[in-house]
Design a protein around this ligand. Structure first.
Ligand code: FAD
Length: 463
């Protein structure tokens, strides 16, 4: 078997084998412990990525690609005897062309950094997962990340024009290109979006970029009842309002933000909605009024309308930091946070939210419910004590029931975090219940075509 030192001899100084230096790469943001990789490679250019993949393919060494390591499903943790391939040095923005609406970037570019640069010319790249401070272009493409602005702009898949990819055998391919439309054969670009690093290593991406909205405003609405949240969102969509962002938070989440960020929320509210409206300056007041009327109809305990930049920024940052704030609420260090991430059609939200809430009681698990609600996306941050067998079995039972709720309502067991190690059983379940096993078999066959020796992110997504 190839040893770490063989890799170092073959690939040189881009290989790290010192256990202390490798430690940060043994885990990602999920609750999975992970294992120490065989070695960590931090290549600087495409030639080196080709060399790594060709060597690993010839020697049957498993490879796990890594962007920011913010995966919540364990998709970027190393598994036994794998080489961890960090794309951290691929951090250049190569070209920005607003007149053609594209930017060419390397996969290690962090999403917030990209948007800081684009902001200077009045543009932005819409995908905005709450982890955008650390998440990278390559990682977010590979998980088809959603995030806060997906309500108006859709998920990452809508923003990828083309890719450069090193295949498991070391060959390099280019898919798509710089143009906004193209119908030239199969859409290979789409295959890599959401592939969780199982088909190839993305070394460059051409992204669609967009002018920043001229004006935005925010409504914060507080409710007692979980169903009303779903009803309000569903009505907004039905009458043609498309919020820029629409987030819902439950009481546990509000309390965690109060404790960690000092933000006060009304005490009598069990749930809140954060609705942002975007339009041209001349129309913004009217658009906000339309949204306010719908929210008012469902009897909020309180409602705040604001266009104050500082206040809006503070709440936005707090919402993005909700995962960390919720982590702070753990009883002990042995308690972890396992994440449910289902999606249902918006019109099914009232029922799905009620059912999810009831299942929490039934299984006696503690979880915060929140999510990108206009997309029909419900997150459950479940507190799980990995050392307590009974608690873990309750958590797993809840996850399965939550997944069944999504399937029953015509949604999916994974909205935006992907499958990784965490949701493999749920992916099987979705296809079985929907009598769609053939589609899953086809996915497995596609993976084999790209990676016949099964070296890329083995054990993730499906076995
Ligand atoms: C606090 C927090 C909040 C989050 N909020 C959201 C949210 O709102 N919406 C959302 O969708 N997700 C969210 N996530 C999940 C996660 O951050 C996103 O999926 C993110 O896009 C992953 O990016 P990353 O660079 O960290 O990828 P990583 O975790 O490093 O990798 C993710 C996957 O991509 C693969 N990969 C990475 N780089 C490449 C490459 N160059 N080529 C091929 N494969 C590659 C990895 O092998 C792995 O399978 C959140 C996570 C955290 C910790």
């Amino acid at each position: 078997m190839v040893q770490a030192e063989d890799l170092k001899r073959e690939l040189g100084k881009i290989i790290i084998t010192d256990p202390v230096m490798m430690k940060p790469y043994a885990t990602d943001a999920s609750y999975f412990e992970g294992v120490m990789p065989l070695a960590v490679a931090i290549p600087e250019n495409v030639e080196q990525v080709k060399q790594i993949m060709s060597y690993c393919s010839r020697n049957s060494i498993r490879v796990v690609a890594r962007g920011g390591g913010t995966s919540l499903t364990g998709s970027s943790v190393p598994t036994e005897n794998s080489l961890l391939l960090s794309m951290a040095r691929f951090d250049r923005i190569i070209e920005v062309k607003p007149e053609d609406r594209y930017a060419i970037v390397e996969p290690g570019v962090r999403l917030d950094y990209l948007n800081e640069q684009l902001s200077d010319i009045g543009f932005f790249y819409p995908p905005d997962p709450a982890s955008s401070i650390a998440a990278t272009v390559g990682g977010s493409i590979s998980t088809n990340a959603g995030g806060l602005r997906a309500s108006m702009y859709g998920t990452t898949k809508n923003w990828i024009l083309g890719l450069e990819v090193v295949l498991p055998n070391g060959d390099l391919i280019r898919t798509g290109g710089k143009v906004l439309k193209r119908t030239a054969g199969y859409d290979l670009t789409s295959l890599f979006v959401g592939a969780e690093g199982t088909l190839g290593i993305i070394t460059r991406a051409t992204l669609k970029i967009w002018p920043k909205p001229e004006a935005t405003g925010r409504i914060l609405a507080y409710y007692r009842d979980i169903e009303t949240i779903g009803q309000a969102i569903s009505e907004m969509k039905r009458i043609g309002i498309t919020p820029l962002i629409a987030e819902f938070l439950d009481r546990i989440t509000m309390d965690s933000l109060r404790d960690s960020r000092g933000i006060k929320f009304p005490e009598d509210a069990n749930y809140m909605l954060i609705i942002d409206v975007a339009s041209e300056e001349v129309a913004i007041e009217g658009e906000m009024e339309k949204a306010r009327k719908v929210l008012e109809k469902y009897n909020p305990t309180e409602l705040e309308v604001t266009r104050d930049r500082e206040r809006m920024e503070k709440i936005y940052e707090a919402r993005k930091g909700a995962y960390s704030s919720l982590l702070n609420q753990r009883k002990s260090m042995s308690e972890k946070v396992v994440i449910g991430d289902i999606v249902v059609p918006a019109s099914h939200l009232p029922e799905a939210l009620k059912e999810a809430s009831a299942k929490l009681q039934e299984h006696n698990v503690k979880a915060a419910l929140f999510g990108h609600i206009a997309d029909g996306n419900i997150h459950a941050n479940i507190y799980a004590d990995l050392s307590d067998e009974k608690n873990m079995s309750d958590v797993e039972a809840f996850q399965r029931d939550l997944a069944m709720i999504s399937i029953k309502h015509g949604g999916s067991v994974s909205a935006e975090h992907g499958i990784g190690l965490e949701k493999k059983e749920l992916l099987e379940m979705e296809h079985s219940v929907n009598e769609n096993r053939e589609a899953l078999d086809l996915m497995k066959s596609i993976r084999k075509i790209f990676d016949p020796s099964g070296i890329l992110n083995r054990g993730k997504m499906f076995d």
